[in-house]
Ligand binder design. Structure first.
Ligand code: SF4
Ligand code: SF4
Length: 479
């Protein structure tokens, strides 16, 4: 039995404005996802993250799920900054790609949309687009698979998001904020945005690691653009209109990993029904394909919500540690002084006095914004010492050994070791072998080096300051 979902009406290319063509449906879907993410990004920048803030765009990026996959499979946890929602979207994307091939790239991904719209703008400015082809250009497209392998290798080993400082998608949705935090990502973004004016989907073609994953999985996808040889007059308009330069005349079924199912070839083919998007016995029109993609994604997210697995923000942490007593190691950068005061039962005045913060600092401001907003040399990690002292707990050993006022880093420099870093990351950044750190801490060699150190160090009766002290000792030759 042949089931035809919907057949696209015969087209008269070149005679109708784009907004009345089926392409408008695709651009409307792209615009919807772009605006949704823009809204998420804006809210996050204004209200901040953490359990009481709003989700970041990373919560909706399936590549975060790919990056966290190894951690998830081996420990059931996630890499820092990745929430379950990213894993769920990655799973949904896998299913959608197996069913409908690489449609995510052509219809949903906001960063692909930005590049495509810039390409359209570039055509208006330069009167034509530059879409190079040839053996070298084809080989250059393999670069994204190399980038993917490098990112996955380092991320899975270190247990941290190594691509984050270079990620142009993230830089774009930081909306101009965090330039100091991620200068390389902004630089890459600048290259991508400018490049997209001249080269169609510049980043998608050569560098996107998520595109590489989807390209590989998409090869197995059921939906393919097919050409019926009967009515084809060999004009090759399809290839000229294809951003990926796919050679139609040598094949009747497009299996190329680059095809993102934009369906521009279908729209521009002058012969009706010669090109179509087919899956088994179904033929998809633009609207049917949009419904399948968007409906499938919404369905899978909805099911995960009903099952109680959908989570886009970190959960509130308890102020007590595993031993059941108040634990300053639970302090996080997104907490405010009010949080510390309430959670550890310490008067606000005492926190201000002990931390040296001026009273002009708002008590409800997230601590990781204090340095930036008030131009102060303030590290939220410092509050662990302050709170420990206020609770009458032993000061961290390394801090106690330090002369008063001496820091582990030079003024203006960041601490080398932060609580959110994994042991692998600390070792790579400082050059101190992780076995040496574990031995000095008295921790077992089996300690998972991909977990943030703050997640396990307090259970061993040690603190981040102890690791900083060990690192300084090693670097000073005091082994
Ligand atoms: S290749 Fe990457 S940036 Fe381009 S559309 Fe696909 S996921 Fe988005
Ligand atoms: S082959 Fe057609 S659907 Fe695929 S990328 Fe090229 S124009 Fe788009």
């Amino acid at each position: 039995m042949i089931v035809r979902i919907e057949t696209a009406p015969p087209k008269k290319p070149g005679r109708q404005p784009w907004y009345r063509s089926p392409r408008a449906i695709r651009h409307a879907v792209m615009l919807f996802f772009f605006l949704f993410l823009l809204h998420v990004a804006y809210d996050h920048q204004v209200k901040g993250g953490g359990p009481r803030g709003t989700p970041s765009v990373e919560a909706y990026c399936p590549f975060g799920g790919v990056e966290s996959l190894y951690q998830f499979l081996t420990t059931g946890g996630y890499i820092r900054r990745i929430e379950p929602s990213a894993m769920i979207i990655a799973g949904a994307l896998l299913v959608l790609t197996l069913l409908f091939s690489r449609g995510f790239c052509g219809w949903i991904c906001p960063f692909g949309s930005i590049q495509e719209w810039l390409g359209l703008l570039g055509r208006k400015i330069f009167r034509k687009s530059y879409n190079p082809s040839g053996p070298w250009e084809r080989r250059l497209r393999y670069l994204k698979y190399v980038i993917l392998a490098v990112i996955i290798g380092f991320t899975w080993h270190l247990g941290t998001l190594v691509f984050r400082p270079y990620d142009p998608f993230l830089a774009f949705f930081h909306l101009g904020q965090g330039l100091d935090e991620m200068p390389y990502a902004y630089a890459v973004l600048g290259v991508v945005l400018l490049g997209s004016l001249k080269y169609e989907r510049f980043f998608c073609k050569y560098a996107c690691p998520l595109g590489a994953v989807i390209g590989i999985v998409g090869k197995l996808g059921l939906a393919k653009v097919v050409r019926s040889g009967d009515g084809c007059n060999g004009c090759n308009v399809c290839q000229k209109k294809c951003w990926a330069n796919i050679d139609f005349l040598s094949t009747n079924t497009v299996r190329d990993a680059e095809c993102n199912h934009c369906l521009d070839c279908v729209v521009h083919c002058p012969k009706p029904n010669v090109l179509s998007l087919k899956s088994a016995k179904w033929t998809f029109s633009h609207s049917a394909y949009a419904t399948a993609l968007v409906g499938g994604l919404a369905l899978m997210i909805g099911v995960s919500q009903l099952a109680g697995h959908w989570q886009t923000q970190p959960k509130m942490v308890s102020f007590t540690g595993n031993a059941g007593r108040l634990d300053p190691g639970q302090i996080r950068g997104w907490m405010s002084l009010n949080d510390l005061s309430g959670g550890y039962h310490i008067p606000l005045d005492q926190l201000y006095a002990a931390s040296g913060l001026p009273r002009t600092v708002k008590p409800d401001l997230r601590m990781n914004r204090i340095a930036q907003d008030y131009k102060l040399d303030f590290d939220p990690d410092k509050m662990r010492e302050v709170v420990a002292a206020a609770l009458g707990q032993e000061p961290p050993a390394a801090a106690a050994k330090r002369p008063a006022g001496q820091k582990d880093h030079k003024p203006g420099e960041e601490e080398q070791v932060k609580g959110f870093m994994t042991l692998n990351e600390v070792s790579l950044k400082t050059g101190v072998p992780k076995d040496y750190i574990l031995k000095r801490l008295g921790a077992p060699a089996s300690t998972d080096p991909r977990q943030p150190v703050r997640d396990w160090i307090h259970d061993r009766g040690k603190t981040i300051q102890d690791i900083r002290g060990i690192v300084l000792d090693y670097q000073a030759g005091r082994k």
